[in-house]
Design a protein around this ligand. Structure first.
Ligand code: KIV
Ligand code: ZN
Length: 391
């Protein structure tokens, strides 16, 4: 993907099948990965990270099977910064029409000292060697500086510059442990754009984890400072508290285009079906109040809100439910609901009630709603037949 074509839009890099799958309970077999990958293609994401082929024989097979069958998006797989990993990943991605190698190496002091046991110059050297080797096979090589958000900015800038010189085409700045906060992360992105030679010729990418619940906010803050690839997962699944939620970042960019000035190529009406599919495949439930795709995202129970919604949906909704794949808003009848919505619902059910009948029914409805969380149409029919009479 040329850097020219992405200046005015954000590349959506979906890592549901790699980082998302790394969350406990989210493992998928080959057939399931293929099913999700097909849904991601239909959703219109730009890049699908299929897995980590050296992690297991099963993941190798999943990556190579999907790579053979899917056309359209760039297909990517993860490798550590060594020749064996890169060779194996090349094997797995061989049949993909558009392929990307994603090579990573940690850069933060903690990871250098305790995990890699390498000094800063050894880290630079290892990254450069791996990228050069990867470029012998792949035209498209992404380098990730693992734990970038806790790396000294000057050192991170040096690593990024050397990675670009070695041939990396995308530079990714992960907040691996979800530690950063929006203004700090956006400053880091701005700093890199100012200090890294050649950065304007590559795509600057962000990858945020959600340990403090800030993954989406951090990713959006980075977009404001010029990041043009966001790495994310469906339903925000991923290690620990998860990754940046794809549906949230995409809808934030769309709904607040007036603020961000950039969009994505995602077919947003596929968001809810894709969320449901992933939840069914993995068994990982989506919380009811989850932004964009939760069951309550377009549901209203409070009387004042329902009245507002009946007058104009814009009063209490900032997105159209149909734009993310729901069939419509839901006015749930419960103890907080008011007379307006009851009158409307009875009309929809075919009952024309006069004011006295409506008052009577409203009293009975409130009595029932105090005992029952949700009052369904069938409950209303019983109430109206018992207390008022047939239609
Ligand atoms: O969180 C992280 O640092 C990662 C990298 C491998 C990109 O997932
Ligand atoms: Zn990650």
């Amino acid at each position: 993907m040329s850097t020219e074509s992405v200046k005015d839009r954000v590349i959506i890099f979906d890592t549901t099948l790699r980082d998302g799958e790394q969350s406990p309970g989210a493992s998928m077999n080959v057939a399931q990965k293929l099913q999700v990958a097909l849904a991601l293609r239909d959703l219109g994401v730009d890049v699908i990270e299929l897995g980590f082929p050296v992690a297991s024989q099963g993941d190798f097979e999943a990556v190579s099977t999907v790579a053979e069958r899917i056309e359209g998006p760039i297909l990517c797989a993860l490798a550590r910064a060594n020749r064996d990993d890169i060779d194996r990943t090349w094997e797995a991605l061989r049949s993909a029409a558009r392929r990307r190698l994603h090579v990573f190496l940690a850069t933060s002091p903690l990871h250098r000292e305790y995990k890699l046991k390498m000094n800063p110059q050894e880290v630079v050297q290892r990254a450069v060697e791996a990228i050069r080797y990867a470029r012998e096979r792949f035209d498209d090589v992404q380098f990730s500086a693992e734990d970038a958000a806790r790396t000294e900015p000057e050192f991170l800038a040096e690593v990024a510059e050397r990675a670009i010189e070695a041939g990396a085409t995308t530079i990714n700045i992960p907040d691996t442990v979800g530690y950063t906060v929006p203004s700090q992360y956006s400053s880091l992105i701005a700093y890199l754009r100012r200090h890294v030679r050649g950065i304007e010729h590559v795509v600057l990418s962000v990858h945020c984890h959600n340990d403090l619940g800030l993954a989406v906010a951090n990713s959006l803050a980075a977009v404001v400072e010029g990041a043009r690839q966001v790495e994310c997962t469906i339903n925000g699944i991923g290690e620990r508290a998860g990754n940046c939620a794809l549906e949230e970042v995409v809808m934030a960019l769309r709904t607040r285009h007036d603020f961000f000035g950039v969009g994505t190529a995602v077919r947003t009406e596929r968001l809810y079906p894709t969320s449901r599919l992933l939840s069914n495949v993995t068994g990982l439930q989506v919380q009811r109040n989850k932004a964009v795709v939760g069951q309550n995202a377009f549901a209203h129970e409070a009387g004042i809100h329902q009245h507002g919604m009946l007058m104009h949906p814009g009063t209490y909704e900032i997105m159209r439910p149909e734009d993310v794949g729901f069939s419509g808003s839901q006015l749930v009848l419960g103890k907080h609901s008011g007379r307006h919505v009851l009158r409307q619902r009875m009309k929809d059910l075919g009952y024309q009630l006069d004011a006295t009948q409506l008052d009577k029914l409203f009293e009975e409805f409130k009595r029932l709603a105090d005992r029952k969380k949700e009052v369904f149409d069938a409950d209303l029919e019983v109430l109206v037949q018992g207390h008022i009479g047939p239609r």
